[in-house]
Design a protein around this ligand. Structure first.
Ligand code: C2O
Length: 504
């Protein structure tokens, strides 16, 4: 293997071993890690492995090649990632500076979501009734909701700073079902990285971050000494959603008296789509000589996937129907053995590789009721040749209500070459794609009643999950997987499974 074991890795909250090469012992999915040829260590249950049973152990062994930045890890079965998650910070190669002045220090901020009840009971109850699950009881910043919450009267997380110093905040959205706004009273933030890829720096008062995404910002303590509130509040434009909870932390200048007042900031309205659009439209790849944006220009597979919610009949459900979610009208059914095993050992009958590259029916994707209410089900994959290039347009559908879908692809980074509202129009919209410096990431929001176009190169053989990172939508079936065949050259094939891979 020509992988370079040079990266210093710091895994927070997980046990980690540092032998001669970088090998980490972590449980569950490493969100966004591009581990070439070792899909066995990716982690999603029944996609790349069967779950680790109580008392069992499995060592995730993978090499990090060329990546650096903020990523994270989380449990990848049922709703367990609500509490089982943590940040992964990959530092640059020793001696390689950031493409911006070195911050005085760095802080990880993990945004989360908390239910007072058992999350498994919450989703099981919803699946039984066919209705949407209860929303969470609190949002959290580093595990604490802060004072404005029904859960606690405690003060919340404190972020200490010194006047005139600059800090890098590594923000992770680990919430299950909420996109979030993030703000600090009185301070501007400079965005420098998303999903472990540098961006052209830009200033903003509000960061918009979907579940699955990470964002690094620089914060300069340039205000008068004092306490400033730090907030994370929901961004939701689904009309049915009811969630107004704000998590609060405090930015605390040293030399500030504990008694002094806190400067507050109001959360944006939860449906402030213009703030979200301004933010995402400002994201650009750095695209410098050192960090070029390698956007695929020649496309082998041009795909159009509709993503959305629908309803299927259900006799035992409250309304005689249940909410389902689908991609191209296929609601994904989890297999009984891991897809990667079935692929590697040629076990038939586990999946088919006939996932439709286009929606099966032509209809107005947004704003109207669909012609076909019944969604099909299946364990269908889309097959890609090694190193082939893909353009994928993700079109939100309005079957029940249009909603933002943060779509996450395992195993790859992709370039977000275009986005818009309404129906994607190939003749008109394609000419406007940004093929020069589009942002590169692993999770992208498909806007409500709109579309997003991404491009990637299938240079990682194996089976790679793609799903909405709103956990409730994943549960309802908004997921599929790509199977990427081996290449013919050296170092282009999936390695054999590790001997301790959990048995199904
Ligand atoms: Cu972070 Cu498949 O998810």
């Amino acid at each position: 293997m020509e992988m370079v074991p040079w990266i210093r890795v710091l895994i927070l909250l997980v046990a980690c071993l540092f032998p001669a090469s970088v090998e980490c012992m972590v449980r569950h999915y490493k969100h966004g890690i591009r581990q070439l040829r070792t899909g066995w260590a990716d982690g999603p249950a029944y996609i790349t492995q069967c779950p680790i049973q109580p008392g069992q152990q499995f060592i995730y062994n993978y090499t990090i090649t060329g990546q650096r930045g903020t990523l994270w890890w989380h449990a990848h079965i049922l709703w367990l990632r609500a509490t089982v998650h943590g940040a992964i910070v990959i530092l640059p190669k020793h001696g390689v500076p950031y493409p911006f002045p070195k911050p005085h220090s760095e802080k990880v901020l993990v945004l989360g979501e908390w239910w007072k009840s058992d999350v498994e009971a919450v989703i099981n109850e919803a699946l039984k009734s066919g209705l949407a699950p209860n929303v969470s009881d609190a949002h959290t910043i580093n595990g604490q909701p802060g004072p404005v919450s029904s859960c606690t009267s405690q003060g919340g997380f404190t972020l200490p700073v010194e006047t005139s110093k600059t800090y890098m905040l590594r923000i992770v959205n680990a919430a299950l079902n909420e996109e979030l706004f993030f703000k600090i009273a009185g301070h501007q933030l400079v965005v420098v990285e998303v999903d472990a890829v540098y961006t052209k720096p830009f200033k903003t008062h509000t960061v918009v971050i979907a579940p699955g995404q990470t964002t690094n910002v620089l914060l300069t303590a340039d205000r008068k000494a004092g306490k400033y509130s730090v907030i994370a509040s929901p961004f939701m434009d689904a009309p049915i959603a009811v969630d107004n909870k704000t998590a609060t932390a405090t930015l605390h200048y040293s030399k500030t008296l504990t008694s002094s007042r806190t400067f507050l900031t109001a959360p944006p309205p939860k449906n402030a789509t213009s703030i979200a659009t301004n933010f995402t439209n400002s994201l650009r790849s750095l695209n410098s000589i050192k960090y070029p944006a390698r956007v695929p220009l020649k496309i082998d597979h041009s795909l159009l996937f509709t993503v959305g919610l629908g309803v299927n009949p259900c006799k035992t459900c409250v309304n005689g129907s249940r909410v389902v979610a689908d991609i191209n009208n296929v609601s994904f059914v989890m297999p009984k053995i891991a897809l990667l095993q079935a692929h590697f050992f040629n076990i038939s009958g586990v999946f088919t590789d006939d996932f439709p590259g286009r929606p099966p029916v032509k209809f107005n994707y947004t704003g109207t009721q669909p012609i076909n209410l019944a969604t099909t089900t299946g364990t269908r994959l889309y097959r890609l040749a090694y190193n082939s290039t893909v353009q994928l347009v993700l079109q939100d559908t309005g079957l029940i209500t249009p909603e933002n879908h943060p779509i996450h692809l395992h195993g790859f980074n992709f370039f977000v070459v275009g986005t818009g509202l309404g129906n994607f129009n190939p003749n008109k919209d394609q000419n406007k794609f940004n093929l020069v410096d589009p942002v590169e990431r692993n999770t992208v929001g498909v806007p409500s009643g709109g579309w997003t176009a991404i491009r990637f190169r299938a240079d990682n053989p194996g089976v790679w999950f793609m799903h909405c990172h709103l956990e409730v939508h994943t549960t309802w079936g908004l997921k599929m997987a790509f199977v990427v065949d081996n290449g013919k050259g050296p170092n282009q094939s999936l390695l054999p499974p590790p001997t301790d891979l959990p048995k199904c």
